[in-house]
Design a protein around this ligand. Structure first.
Ligand code: AMP
Ligand code: ZN
Length: 471
């Protein structure tokens, strides 16, 4: 079967190389992305992986794969427990509230729902089962009801983050505590502390450690070996390293075949994060900007590069997006007016040119999801469309250009929003203006032009008729 994506190359953090992407089962892709801890609105740094991996999923689907995509919700952890206490509500109430808010924000960002959004609290049995397997394999130890993973017993520990144990131990990023045998050991099961939510287990009442949920939920929904596992670069160590130790320690099989990590969204060259307080929530931004602008902003850089956030850059992206919508609206307007006639020789040539933009777009996306170059190909294409497709063009070439613009933008999740029947309203006013002009009612004609201007619509009288665009 011909597949566009057969040529896709992805940078694998495990091998530190771009590799040809070949899923385990031909034509099918299994993908797991680490999701948010739901105790607050998410910030636009967090939205970067949501947007990037949604785009990867869309592109893989476009390339002909059947993709199964899982993204979890961490709905029990220290921060959730603390915040629920502060608000005097249950952990469940708090996490359900922010799950609902998550779905509102991602809708604005055109991030589609995953096939499964599993929650930790609904997978306690699966988590216990994996810890039991690890226990049977001699990879754990129990300190008075807290169960730890003994990282010194897992041979490949450190293989993803490419550090040896000594280096990892020297790093300050691991939770230091006296009862652990090695600094990199981590909790699989935490004994209940007074007032905390807890579940029955073979080790007594308690709750799962953070990392085990992703091993359990990935295995449940996607199988023991999956194709793509993804998240932000901060998750490489310790989270993903620990997921590998857990999953491979339990099954003896490779956990994920391609590890993808996005770079950080920075503010003044510092990672945007809740703990630093230098963050804007998606909700804050939505009050000032259409979230489609945020989506386009994230896709304007390569996903592995850091990006600096600033309102100037968002403003630039806003005008870029407007150019795309103008091109779309102009084509729609022309489609209502152009003649249904045979393609001219020039149009046949222009169609080939359009196909070359599509090829550039695909080449960029195949090259480790280079959305920056893919967007550049779309901009080059619309510049050419704007100067080549006119009132005297054939319907066939006009609709070819329109469909291609929508096809490529759709892969990026852009240009999908309906403009509140703007087209219809504008068309009606333009018609009325034409009538007024015919009747030499200049006052009325000028008034309509001004009304349109107030709506942000600019008219241009051309030999082919009246053209309009949104500014
Ligand atoms: P968290 O809720 O903190 O676990 O984050 C959810 C996702 O957002 C993870 O994949 C993180 O790696 C990612 N993330 C957090 N902060 C940033 C940032 N400033 N830039 C890019 N990705 C981030
Ligand atoms: Zn995870």
């Amino acid at each position: 079967m011909f597949q566009v994506g057969a040529d896709m190359r992805l940078f694998n953090t495990m091998t530190k190389k771009k590799e040809e992407f070949q899923p385990l089962v031909a034509g099918e892709v299994t993908m797991y992305s680490c999701g948010p801890t739901v105790y607050n609105y998410f910030h636009i740094g967090n939205s970067r992986p949501f947007i990037i991996f949604d785009t990867l999923r869309r592109y893989l689907e476009y390339s002909g794969y059947k993709v199964t995509f899982v993204q979890n919700f961490t709905d029990v952890d220290d921060k959730i427990i603390r915040k629920a206490k502060e608000e005097g509500i249950s952990e469940k109430e708090l996490s359900e509230r922010y799950i609902a808010e998550y779905f509102k924000d991602v809708e604005g960002l055109s991030v589609r729902k995953a096939d499964y959004h599993p929650k930790v609290t609904e997978h306690i049995q699966e988590i216990i089962d994996i810890i039991k397997r690890l226990e049977n394999n001699g990879l754990t130890y129990n300190v008075d009801g807290d169960v730890y993973y003994d990282t010194s017993k897992f041979e490949g520990y450190g293989k993803l983050s490419k550090q040896n144990l000594e280096e990892l131990e020297a790093g300050a990023r691991v939770d230091v505590n006296d009862v652990k045998k090695n600094p990199t050991d981590f909790a699989l099961w935490k004994k209940q502390k007074p007032g905390e939510p807890a579940w029955e287990s073979p080790w007594g009442l308690g709750r799962p450690g953070w990392h085990i949920e992703c091993s359990a939920m990935s295995m449940k929904y996607l199988g023991e070996t999956i194709d793509i596992h993804s998240g932000g670069q901060d998750l490489i160590f310790p989270h993903h390293e620990n997921e590998i130790a857990q999953s491979e320690g339990a099954t003896g099989k490779p956990f994920a075949r391609y590890w993808l990590h996005n770079g950080f969204l920075n503010v003044n060259n510092e990672k945007m994060s809740k703990s630093l307080g230098n963050f804007f929530t998606v909700r804050d931004i939505a009050a000032k900007y259409d979230l489609e602008i945020v989506r386009m902003f994230m896709l304007s850089a390569h996903y592995r590069n850091p990006i600096n956030f600033s309102s100037e850059l968002l403003d630039q992206t806003k005008s870029g997006l407007e150019r795309l919508y103008n091109a779309k609206n102009n084509l729609l307007h022309l489609l209502d007016n152009v003649e249904d006639k045979q393609l001219s020789q020039e149009e046949i040539e222009f169609q080939k040119k359009l196909n070359s933009y599509k090829a550039k777009f695909i080449e960029a996306m195949d090259d480790d999801l280079n959305t920056a170059d893919a967007i550049a190909a779309i901009f080059d294409m619309i510049r050419d469309i704007n100067s080549n497709i006119k009132g005297e063009s054939s319907k066939e070439i006009t609709s070819y250009a329109y469909n291609l613009l929508m096809e490529l933008s759709g892969i990026l999740g852009l240009l999908q929003k309906k403009e509140d029947n703007l087209d219809e309203e504008v068309e009606k006013l333009i018609e009325e203006r034409q009538k007024a002009r015919k009747e030499k009612n200049w006052a009325m004609s000028d008034k309509i032009r001004d009304d349109l201007k107030a709506m942000g619509i600019v008219l241009e009288d051309t030999p082919q008729g009246v053209k309009w665009k949104k500014v």
